[in-house]
Ligand binder design. Sequence first.
Ligand code: NDP
Ligand code: ZN
Length: 367
Amino acid sequence: MTQSVPETFKGFGVDKKENWNKPKLVEYKHKQINPHDIVLENEACGLCYSDIHTLQSNWGPYNRNDLVVGHEIVGKVIAVGSAVTQFKVGQRVGIGAGNSACRECGRCNHDNEQYCKKMAGTYNNVDPRSNGYVTQGGYSSHSIADEQFAFAIPESLPSTAAAPLMCAGITVFSPLIRNLGKDAKGKTVGIIGIGGLGHLAVQFANALGAKVVAFSRSSAKKEQALKLGAHEFVATGEEKDWTSKYDDEFDFILNCASGIDGLNLSDYLSVLKVDSKFISVGLPPAKEQFGVSPFTFLKNGVAFGSSLLGSKTEVTEMLRLAAENDIKPWIEEVPISEENCSKALERCVAGDVRYRFVFTEFDKAFN
Ligand code: NDP
Ligand code: ZN
């Protein structure tokens, strides 16, 4: 291991949910560097709606009072643990929402490490392999992750474009590839919620060859969704009879919405073909729930499920497909600072971003 890791890291942290939109510069002791860990000096980090759900305590309490979020991280490796084989100091690497796992169970050994029962997330998670350290995210000077949860960034991809692929990209790519396979020609796919995840889902589903129908609550994003690769667009709040047009049409529907108050699940289930699936990667606040009865699924024998991130193998496949098809997130770059974190978090809640904020200029903020 090299000696260049500072004893403390700096980041923009929040103490309690009432201050979710007021991150302050904090300094904290970093997690221990385990044998398979790599240490990054961060360069860019995307703003995922999960950051907001976490900061607003929509899913549960804070596990520390200087909580730094951010899990679409790209940076340069400055140190590697004694057992690291995949990365070298100086390499450009990304880290997503997963941080480490047990490395021993069947899930870890069969390309499902994101589902390891002992997986620790990138922030606000207790890491059982690091004396219960509560992990800290990427609105920060440095990050530490197990090499299984770190991804080499192709040279052709700028850090700011790579960052959103580390969470938003892989989260939509994994269920698309698992449900459609590599060739989705002849299949019709619905993507609900054209935000950070959804705008990448539209691009990936199109690249896999599917006919893509984008669902949004209003028609405001219609032109852009078609430009992203949607073949058709439905403004669900404005076209009340859209289900009759799409009867028996969908092979797969992927829900990328961050809430459910604008989403009628039975409408979507009713337009699926027999035996097909509705997968929700979108995660609303824990108290919001879909109201469904078995009868909702009965008429076409459809299934409802969810999906978490994606495996390292799938990230590699995603980066290849993205390079081949010039798939890139549409981003707004923001120099990281207390004020800009605050503004970006508030604008994301207001739906005022097309389609991902990416924080930059980390060297200026933390030196
Ligand atoms: P964004 O805010 O960028 O996009 C979410 C989109 O959802 C909005 O653009 C909007 O689309 C739609 N939407 C917002 N509010 C509602 C509502 N109340 N009812 C219906 N639709 C709504 O969020 P992200 O793309 O960053 O994240 C989306 C979701 O995915 C979040 O819940 C996040 O926590 C979750 N997530 C899940 C992961 C997983 O592993 N399963 C990983 C990463 C994120 P439109 O304007 O088109 O209607
Ligand atoms: Zn995320």
